[in-house]
Design a protein around this ligand. Structure first.
Ligand code: PMP
Length: 358
């Protein structure tokens, strides 16, 4: 997929985009909100108290709790931004009440779009591979969306994949639009102009040495990396991509099944700019889920599987770089426990997959 419009960098390292207007960052947090959509963004950074030391890491590790967004994930931000762009510009299609929003997703963008559609009066059809949790589907159904499941094995270019089925539905349904998180500039832009600004603002005068982000569409890592490199000289951005996905390098691994939801792909989305990612770690399911369970049980951080993944490989990187105890590390936790109650939270689910140590 090709990104609509073009990102350009000036001589001072600042990024602009050819076709999207930028929102100004406003750090104020109003106490009373007009709609629940105003409870998207401005999520807290929390310092981990126990886990880093337990794993032999002495530097300060801060986690950005994106599960505290209104719909429960960081993808609420991009859903809201893509809708706002379509409402204002008519791109990639006109949005007025009654129009059907169709989106292929691993679920969290679907929840964000379902939430916004419920509030704004759009119809919503979400197309999602079978692998993704029942909890996500139920959340979207309760918001009034229609959910269609596709086979996990269908490659991105198959007519049976979540992308293929979405394209067919758009051609069949009048007044429908795919906002297309894989190439919509609003995806990385939401993180460039909002998530990354929040991190820089909230860290105040503390330096940031390392930022660790998982990648699916790559919108998070691309948007945050662009802004953080503009504002924090010398920072390192590490992307995390599961074994079985090609995002970290097309020839690095074969496409194979993994359980962590929302990360990795069998194609390179237009929203991922690998040039702005400093380095990659390749992740495994077991380590990711064990760390997610540890974040919940020892820090009270009610996060999802990709969050555990990001924290595990962040700690590995701290050790590899031998970061001093004065160093500050920021890790983004994309979603929360609600999406996985019958999956990695359930011991029998973990045992069936040999993810729990005896
Ligand atoms: N973790 C989870 C749980 C997600 O749903 C997503 C979104 N696909 C990501 C990580 C990765 O975010 P991005 O699409 O911005 O790369």
């Amino acid at each position: 997929t090709k990104l609509a419009g073009e990102w350009k960098q000036d001589d001072n390292g600042k990024w602009t985009h050819s076709s999207v207007e930028f929102n100004k960052f406003n750090p104020e947090r109003p106490l009373v909100l007009d709609t629940v959509l105003d409870a998207i963004g401005k999520t807290p950074l929390v310092k981990l108290q126990h886990i880093p030391k337990k794993h032999g890491v002495n530097c300060n590790v801060y986690v950005k709790c994106e599960y505290l967004n209104a719909g429960g994930s960081t993808k609420d931000r991009i859903a809201q931004r893509m809708i706002e762009i379509a409402e204002k510009t008519g791109k990639p299609g006109k949005l007025v009440p009654g129009v059907t929003v169709i989106e292929p997703t691993s679920g969290n963008t679907g929840i964000g779009l379902s939430l916004a559609s419920a509030v704004k009066g759009y119809k919503c059809i979400i197309v999602m591979p079978k692998k993704m949790s029942k909890e996500k589907a139920l959340a979207m159904e309760s918001l009034g969306s229609t959910i269609i499941r596709t086979p996990n094995e269908a490659g991105f270019d198959s007519p049976h994949s979540h992308i293929g089925v979405s394209l067919r539905l758009r051609s069949e349904i009048q007044d429908s639009v795919i906002l297309d998180q894989y190439c919509n500039p609003g995806n990385p832009l939401a993180h460039y102009e909002q998530t990354a600004e929040e991190i820089v603002y909230d860290m105040g005068d503390k330096n940031i040495d390392l930022v660790v982000l998982t990648a699916g569409t790559g919108g998070t890592v691309t948007g945050i990396s662009r802004k953080i490199h503009e504002k924090v000289p010398g920072v390192k951005v590490l992307g995390v991509d599961p074994h079985g996905s090609i995002l970290a390098g097309p020839n690095e691994t074969d496409i194979e099944f993994y359980e962590v939801e929302g990360i990795g792909y069998d194609f390179l989305p237009g929203t991922l700019d690998t040039k702005v990612v400093d380095d990659w770690a390749k992740s495994h399911d077991k380590e990711s889920f064990l760390m997610a369970r540890e974040l919940i049980s020892t820090e009270g951080i009610l996060c999802g599987g990709s969050a555990g993944c990001a924290v595990h490989y962040a700690l590995e990187e701290c050790k590899k770089l031998n970061l001093p105890d004065t160093a500050n590390v920021v890790v983004l936790l994309p979603d929360g426990i609600r999406n996985y109650l019958t999956k990695f939270l359930d011991e029998s689910w973990m045992n069936e997959r040999h993810f729990l140590d005896a």
